[in-house]
Design a protein around this ligand. Sequence first.
Ligand code: UFG
Length: 333
Amino acid sequence: MSILILGGAGYIGSHAVHQLIDQGEQVVVIDNLETGHRAALHPQANFYEGDIRDIEFLRSVFAKESIEAIIHFAANSLVGESMEKPLKYFDNNVYGTQVLLQAMVEAEVKYIIFSSTAATYGEPQDVPIKETAPTDPTNTYGETKLTMEKMMKWTEKAHGIKYVSLRYFNVAGAKESSEIGEDHRPESHLVPIILQTALGQREFITIFGEDYNTSDGTCVRDYVHVEDLIDAHILAIKYLKSGGDSDVFNLGSNKGFSVREMINTARKTTGKVIPAKIGERRIGDSSTLIASSEKAKRILGWDPKKTSISKIFEDAWNWHSSHPLGYGRKDFS
Ligand code: UFG
């Protein structure tokens, strides 16, 4: 039996593929390569290039492969873009998941681990944020992920497909071996932008606002190491296979770091100056997002060992400095 990774050529999906193969699992990958990289694919995974909105394509993969569980990373995930192109996000994320669930019902695949987000909560009333907090997304991306979670809830009632939804806070870092890492085009995430500045590929990093109600005025986020994040997915599969109920878990570190603290840590790790300038606030940014991950630790037995910002920068720097063009990109805008 195999585990099917949807979006296995993307940043987080490729780490899942590598970690599962490292643990001796059979892995099948589906990716449409819209944002994923062919070079991030693992040679031992059975790769099918195609789109999850194409039911005939999904049927053909399920007919060829014996799939036990699915980890679903195949979605668009840029908050800013989701506000400009909401229908693209409903089409790829929500409709794509609808087609996927239909194909799972037909093929009698019983387990799905779902890549969700802190953006389902919107502006938090209390931090750290627990899974019981109200969900009121402030952007289309978060709304689509919340809708996908609800779709799974009702599909389970009718068809018995069990799910675990993992709400990520800020995922960063790279595989310790630096074979794979983060490469978005265009890049919008803080850690790679800081390290591209350290490499001299950007003149400076713009800090989006210093007038937030935080200790130094810059936004505070909760950063989790990508390899720890994937461990939680693997534990979630085991949890469902051993009879666990469908559920939702936050994945974070229970600690918050400001943008300035992140830049200062990167300066220490890399030994580079990393020039920074203050800019305007970015539309849609919350001031502080910190997870309570107590539930994932208690129920899944999650034990994030690599999640500290110094380890995140160490591994991300190994990737960026050994792959200055990422998976081959020339344009860093
Ligand atoms: N930031 C800067 N300058 C930059 C880039 C980012 O100051 O050049 C700041 C942002 O304002 C934010 C922090 O760094 O305060 C982190 O920004 P990211 O873009 O790296 O991450 P976000 O917190 O915006 O988004 C992440 C995920 C999303 C997810 C969201 C949930 O990347 O997919 O968390 O809230 F939806």
